[in-house]
Unconditional design. Structure first.
Length: 243
């Protein structure tokens, strides 16, 4: 390929010069992504030769900026110290991420608060459903007891029904949450945020999904437990008196 650069021939004057380069590979410069959309990477020898030819010999060849990629995160501090010892200012992505630790802690706290509101909501729904069952299913309890059902059996059936309702709600919420999470990772991956690298179409943690599936029916049943116990203790005569 032909690579063109400007050769300085005088103060404020230059002329185009081109050299031929052989492409040996293509590199993705999406991170740190400051080299432009069409960056070209060459050996240090070719770079020094090109820069030397582009300016008068009286000017010193300097590098205004350099990027260093370490093999592991454990080497970041050591490499930073070595570069600082050479007299350069150092800034790392790892340091920028650590500077956002307060924000990440706040986001984690918000997630716990949302989880707490979800638990309170499930308990409230359980109390509400249990209270409505006291009024709407009293006669049903009387009929079941009249044909020989025990209070424990009736309470067990109602708790299973409530758990099934909660499981349906949990499955629906988990599916919607998983879909939104997958789409969200694709959107953030497309934004190419250096401080928030996200794999596109990544699935959420299955432990969190399983926890959501179990928490909804569990706390729904806990909220209705007292009302269901009262419902199961109703006697058949009182329940069927107005039938």
């Amino acid at each position: 390929m032909s690579f063109a650069y400007t050769k300085e021939i005088g103060p404020g004057n230059g002329e185009p010069v081109s050299i031929s380069l052989r492409v040996s590979g293509i590199y993705d410069n999406s991170s740190p992504r400051t080299d432009g959309a069409q960056a070209a990477y060459v050996s240090s020898k070719v770079l020094q030769s090109t820069l030397a030819n582009a300016r008068p010999a009286t000017k010193t060849l300097v590098y205004p900026r350099a990027y260093v990629r370490v093999d592991s995160a454990d080497e970041v501090v050591n490499v930073q110290n070595q570069v600082r010892a050479l007299g350069y200012s150092v800034n790392s992505v790892a340091g920028q991420i650590r500077s956002l630790s307060g924000l990440f802690a706040l986001l984690a706290l918000v997630s716990w608060v949302i989880g707490g509101f979800l638990i309170i909501f499930c308990l409230g729904v359980g109390v509400s459903v249990g209270g409505s069952w006291i009024k709407q299913r009293a006669r049903e309890v009387g009929l079941l007891k009249a044909i020989g059902w025990s209070g424990a059996s009736i309470a067990g059936v109602y708790m299973v029904e409530l758990a099934a309702v909660g499981l349906i709600i949990g499955v629906t919420g988990a599916l919607l949450g998983t879909l939104c999470s997958v789409i969200g990772t694709a959107v953030f991956n497309g934004l190419q945020l250096d401080l928030l690298p996200v794999t596109a179409w990544a699935m959420p943690n299955w432990l969190l999904v399983l926890g959501a599936l179990l928490c909804v029916p569990l706390f729904l049943c806990l909220g209705a437990l007292g009302h269901v116990a009262r419902l199961a203790r109703l006697d058949a005569d009182s329940s069927l008196r107005d039938l």
